[in-house]
Design a protein around this ligand. Structure first.
Ligand code: DQA
Length: 146
């Protein structure tokens, strides 16, 4: 099956961005690990990072036509702001897992609300780069035919 990983704004800076909060693993390393794991399980995984809301929205629209079976998304700051990105996921009705490196509930109050969690199959947060790995395992276990 096809899996799509979406990374929101500022996650291109992973590795150097607030390492005490987000760790030292780069986004390229995270994506490579996910791709390998998906491939080993007989699946195809594509990762997209964007700092622009419309790019993420349009990639989600395209997922409806390209056979994407499952989405992993770290909406980053858009978690707390973007009704438009939420609506895109609702529109395509592809199951998704919400992923965060940090635990937003242990941080500033404005990070406690997510526009995505109630639509998500589940939420994995607080385990650094491992959050993505754990989310992928959860997604693989839920793919059709598994
Ligand atoms: C984040 C948490 C968000 O609150 C923040 O805006 C991010 C990253 C995380 O992965 O921990 O950019 O989604």
């Amino acid at each position: 099956a096809k899996l799509l990983v979406l990374h929101g704004p500022n996650l291109n800076l992973l590795g150097s961005r607030e390492p005490d909060v987000y760790g030292r693993t780069t986004l390229a390393d995270i994506d490579a690990g996910l791709r390998q794991r998906a491939q080993a399980a007989g699946h195809v995984l594509e990762s997209v990072q964007s700092n622009a809301e419309h790019v993420l929205i349009e990639r989600i629209h395209h997922a409806r036509d390209d056979g994407t079976a499952f989405i992993l998304i770290n909406p980053a700051a858009y978690t707390h702001t973007s009704v438009a990105l939420r609506d895109a996921l609702a529109a395509v009705a592809i199951p998704f897992i919400e992923v965060h490196l940090s635990n937003p509930h242990a941080r500033e109050p404005f990070r406690r609300h997510s526009h995505f969690s109630d639509l998500a199959v589940g939420v994995i947060a607080g385990f650094g780069a491992d959050s993505y790995r754990l989310a992928l395992e959860a997604a693989l276990a839920r793919l059709p035919g598994h």
